[in-house]
Design a protein around this ligand. Structure first.
Ligand SMILES: [Zn+2]
Length: 238
């Protein structure tokens, strides 16, 4: 299967052309030769958008990787197998996810540096996101410190690099506790990495902004203990 068209660093593309390789018989989804649509994964929801062909258009309401294929779930009419189609992603949603996902990496980096805690899970949405950290116990004062550190790095307008890196090189460069490389299947090599400010290296297939300034301002809106040394924070972007 071809790599998604937004990789390694083309997240700002909005349109693409492709052709239909499969139409599910129940009419629920299609599979394209190649796609710019992000499929749900890694705590990031899928893109939405539209596909166009001839003088017709339909909505792409969800994108999932299932049984080794990327399924574009469609509301409306369906193109035929072999049909040339144009696709356009819903940019507002894509860009919110880009800003949120880069903000999540930034906070995860800061918490690892300040408290030695790893990111145990995360879920991004358009309007808020959450991250679980372990092992750690935060006080209210800690939450203020994390928010302040994140916003001061945003003000420095650090660049965000997205590129491919050989697994062996990545294993040497990635900081202990930043990611669980061993849960990524061995055959995935090279890996796509996201680097903030030349320092925070993390393998990730998500969509990200090019510069921290695009995040705006991070506000941590909630913190709670999830037990067993796990803390959950929620944040929004202003
Ligand atoms: Zn990520």
């Amino acid at each position: 299967m071809a790599d998604p068209l937004y990789l390694p660093d083309r997240e700002y593309r909005k349109k693409f052309e492709s052709s239909v390789v499969k139409v599910e018989s129940d009419g629920s989804y299609i599979v394209l030769q190649e796609t710019l649509f992000y499929k749900e994964g890694g705590g990031q929801p899928s893109d939405k958008g539209k596909i166009y062909w001839k003088n017709k258009e339909s909505e792409v309401v969800d994108v999932q990787r299932e049984d080794g294929e990327v399924r574009h779930y469609i509301k409306g009419q369906l193109p035929k197998p072999g049909e040339k189609v144009k696709g356009e992603i819903e940019w507002d949603r894509r860009y919110k996810h880009m800003r949120m996902h880069t903000a999540q990496h930034l906070i995860s980096w800061i918490v690892l540096n300040m408290y030695g805690a790893s990111t145990a899970g995360n879920q991004i949405h358009e309007d808020y996101s959450r991250i679980d950290f372990k092992p750690v116990e935060f006080s209210e004062r800690d939450v203020e410190k994390i928010e302040k550190a994140a916003n001061s790095l945003i003000k420095k307008e650090l660049g965000v690099q997205k590129k491919m890196m050989d697994r062996e090189q990545l294993e040497q460069q990635v900081k202990d506790g930043r990611t669980k490389l061993d849960i990524i299947p061995d055959h995935i090599d090279p890996l796509r990495i996201v680097v903030i400010g030349g320092e925070d290296i993390c393998p990730c297939g998500g969509t990200h902004v090019d510069n921290l300034e695009e995040i705006g301002e991070i506000e941590i809106t909630d913190r709670k203990s999830k037990g067993s040394d796990t803390e959950r924070i929620k944040f929004e972007l202003a």
